[in-house]
Design a protein around this ligand. Sequence first.
Ligand SMILES: [Fe+2]
Length: 126
Amino acid sequence: MKMTKLSEIYVCEICGNRVIVDKIGAGTLVCCGQNMILLEEKREDIGKEKHKPVIIFEENKIIVKVGEIPHPMEEAHYIEFIELLKNNYIIARSQLKPYEKPEAVFYITDKNIRVRILCNIHGLWT
Ligand SMILES: [Fe+2]
């Protein structure tokens, strides 16, 4: 049996529920009568769509832009959130809406972080 890991994201393929693991237990996540599906984190862009986060470290802040070419931010296709993780704990998150810029600024001085973003169509990138 597969154990969940901290900050993994699971979705229900039937109703669309989505959950983030913030404490690890032994059970399997189930929704609508079936196992929830793990959203795999992708690392490399394929094709012309750009999702890999571009991270700019400044003295007192971290700027994250989604894609070296800005990702679309339309009703049907947009970046839902940008978040920072440290030791797999989510330490900051910016929730985005269509027509906003696909970027976020975090006033955090710790540079030892990992960035994760979610595209509503193409999934999770780190
Ligand atoms: Fe996308």
